[in-house]
Design a binder for this molecule. Structure first.
Ligand SMILES: [Fe+2]
Ligand SMILES: [Fe+2]
Length: 165
């Protein structure tokens, strides 16, 4: 994971949509779990960390399976990032169980910094590959600009694939 500066107000952004419905839904949940981990009290830190790890295992597993099944060209690099995050998470969880909360706090910050570029570069490329291999199509993301990031309750976006003819 990189050690760049994480945003202090981390939360889901429609700019991270990749145009593949399952990925987008899971990414939104992932972002919400990261935000909850960042905001966790000492008493809820372990539970929030476990929630992030459970989601990450399932989500990365799904992406890895797609990459293998669809012979995604950049799969080794992408899977290596997933594995590195899970290794870090496992180590942090072990330290937390031993009573050291600081690594879990740092992990939350690092994860918030890692998530956006991973989604925007690696996962968006995977989404494009899935659409191409499945429907001979490109993923399209439609966003309602007047509501972007300003009205969380508004239906700000729709994602769908557009068939190529
Ligand atoms: Fe992802
Ligand atoms: Fe990924």
């Amino acid at each position: 994971m990189s050690s760049s500066t994480a945003p202090s107000n981390f939360g889901w952004k429609s700019a991270w949509l990749v145009g593949q419905a399952q990925l987008d839904s899971e990414h939104q949940e992932f972002a919400e779990l990261i935000a909850a981990l960042q905001a966790a009290s000492d008493g809820s830190l372990s539970q929030c960390l476990d929630a992030v790890i459970s989601h990450a295992i399932a989500h990365f597993g799904q992406e890895d399976a797609w990459m293998r099944r669809l012979d995604f060209p950049a799969q080794q690099c992408h899977m290596a990032e997933h594995a590195a995050v899970l290794r870090s998470a496992a180590g942090v969880r072990q330290l937390l169980r031993q009573g050291d909360a600081q690594p879990a706090r740092r992990f939350a910050t690092e994860l918030a910094a890692w998530f956006p570029p991973h989604v925007q570069h690696l996962d968006s490329a995977l989404a494009a590959w899935i659409c191409k291999q499945t429907w001979n199509a490109k993923p399209l993301v439609f966003q309602r600009r007047s509501h972007l990031e300003t009205a969380p309750s508004a239906p700000a976006m729709t994602a769908m694939a557009h068939p190529l003819v």
